[in-house]
Design a protein around this ligand. Sequence first.
Ligand SMILES: C[S@@+](CC[C@H](N)C(=O)[O-])C[C@H]1O[C@@H](n2cnc3c(N)ncnc32)[C@H](O)[C@@H]1O
Length: 231
Amino acid sequence: MALMEFHVITLFPEMFESPFRVGMVGRAIEQGIIALKTHALRPYGLGAYKQVDDAPYGGGSGMVMRPEPLAAAIDAAMEAHPGLWRVLLTPQGELLDQPKVRELSERKPGLLLIAGRYEGVDERARAMVDQEISIGDYVLSGGEIAAMVIIEAVARLVPGVLGNPESLAEESFSAGMLEYPQYTRPEVFRGMKVPDILLSGDHQKIRAWREAEARKRTAERRPDLLVRPKR
Ligand SMILES: C[S@@+](CC[C@H](N)C(=O)[O-])C[C@H]1O[C@@H](n2cnc3c(N)ncnc32)[C@H](O)[C@@H]1O
């Protein structure tokens, strides 16, 4: 059985095909470490045209997703896969960050991600979810790419997905800071040289340099991270 399941309710299941065939997540799915299943919303639509949206009460532009097809899709997914943590993707949700990604990675057996479209979902659909999440202060046309962001970020924390799990401990946001600068070959590129200390072989000094660089970089680029309470 997979260590973590990702389920997505979407009008466009085909969007999930190619992104998760490649890379570490693709490999983890192939190996059965994680599972990804899309649940098409359209079959739960109403009437002969399988309608999932309608005009907003009170007027205004665009269409709103009706609650009944969403409820039916959520109920069916929960019945087939009990215990999933239901997450609605919305720009009005809690802002996603690494601590939140970590919390989501602990929601076993996994996540049911609900992707909106049009002008979003009928307000009453919010009663059917456990959490609402936004991936940033901007508006996308649909929740699919937001769901993919969550899957990609959470999957890397599932044991066995990353080739080198130690890299998790050092990367940006894991210790509340950005990561230190990284270098590989060549030693000199267009006149820019790799810092001598990284070639010194002195691991203690390298660790101290990296810590100092991480702090400096964070102070320059994201000073807010340094004053944020640790979660
Ligand atoms: C055009 S948006 C709807 C925006 C909505 N009218 C509002 O102003 O809050 C359509 C769908 O895209 C998804 N979406 C858009 N921006 C998002 C974001 N920043 N984070 C997560 N999901 C987002 C949601 O699923 C949403 O239902």
